[in-house]
Design a protein around this ligand. Structure first.
Ligand code: PDD
Length: 301
């Protein structure tokens, strides 16, 4: 495995970062998770835009010029045998992670202590999720951990400090769920630990609005676009948790999961119960999953 680290490609064993790196010491930095399909990257430009936005919001100047990111990311794929000509016709998808931390510096919170940000780009073969998750759906838990307050640590910063989400994930795992849905301090639905939430209510596809304090997912954006193209009414707003109990369908989205159906939230079955007493993917979810796959090439760069 070849990893891009601060201006050069090094083997995994040599890809090490200082214990004085403020990313390690304080979680001071930003990141993006991307996915490549047979060497072509899903919504690359939007991911880079979000990386720049996150960096801007924490006052971090990216040390790589805008025009160089796409070629560096593509080179990372190629050096790991995951580029377009190397994947043998589409079977080897890749997981990509771009991380930029404040860099190495003396102990202390002041970013001024760090002279040069640390940049890491890594690519590895994508490990698909077990197919039954997408076919049958997963269980979520409504967790007690609240999503970070927008005016404290804005959720639109895709930050290396992910403890808020980790606490939610731990609580969900303890409840035996795949993931946890967090509310904001006003008690409105936000998102899961690494994904956005959608639900169907009276035929409308609803998802918490950006103003509720979420990371506005790029997959979320694509799903909203596909739904509009299909003539499915969509709505973004503040929603109480209770709307989920009566929801006809529910699913979560992110770059690696694409569209993952939800069949149960705590002890509430979502949609029609199957023979096992649990819900399953509903018609709109299945339609959007299909549309996503059919239209995928439009979103690859
Ligand atoms: N997570 N919300 C949160 C908190 C996330 O961390 C993510 C993505 C999303 C969905 O964003 P997108 O559709 O752009 O992937 C929503 C990635 C997968 C991660 O942390 O690895």
């Amino acid at each position: 495995m070849w990893i891009f680290l601060n201006g050069r490609f090094v083997p995994r064993e040599e890809a090490t970062v200082s214990v004085f790196d403020h990313g390690f010491l304080y979680g001071d930095g930003v990141y993006e998770t991307l996915r490549a399909y047979a060497g072509r990257i899903f919504m690359l430009s939007r991911h880079l835009e979000r990386l720049r936005h996150s960096a801007h919001l924490i006052g971090l100047e990216l040390p790589v010029p805008d025009k160089d990111w796409p070629s560096l990311i593509r080179e990372t794929l190629e050096r790991n045998g995951l580029g377009p000509q190397q994947t043998g016709g589409g079977s080897r998808d890749a997981y990509l992670r771009v991380s930029v931390s404040r860099g190495e510096g003396e102990i202390g919170l002041d970013p001024g202590l760090c002279s040069q940000p640390t940049v890491v780009i890594l690519a590895k073969p994508f490990t698909p999720y077990p197919t039954h998750l997408h076919e049958n759906g997963v269980q979520l838990a409504l967790v007690t951990v609240r999503r970070n307050l927008d005016r404290a640590l804005p959720p639109q910063i895709k930050s290396l400090n992910v403890l808020n989400n980790i606490l939610a994930k731990q609580e969900a795992t303890r409840a035996g769920a795949f993931d946890g849905i967090m509310l904001n301090v006003q008690g409105h639905l936000t998102e899961c630990s690494t994904s956005n939430v959608f639900f169907v209510s009276r035929g409308r596809l609803c998802t918490p609005a950006g103003a509720c304090g979420i990371l506005e997912g790029i997959t979320r954006e694509v799903v909203l676009l596909l739904a509009k193209e299909e003539g499915i009414p969509t709505e973004e707003g503040p929603y109480e948790a209770e709307v989920l109990w009566g929801a006809e369908e529910c699913f979560v989205t992110n770059t690696t999961l694409e569209i993952l159906p939800v069949r149960q939230i705590d002890h509430h079955t979502i949609g029609e119960a199957g023979p096992d007493g649990k819900g399953g993917p509903g018609p709109l979810t299945t339609k959007l999953q299909k549309q996503f796959r059919t239209n995928l090439s439009r979103f690859l760069e």
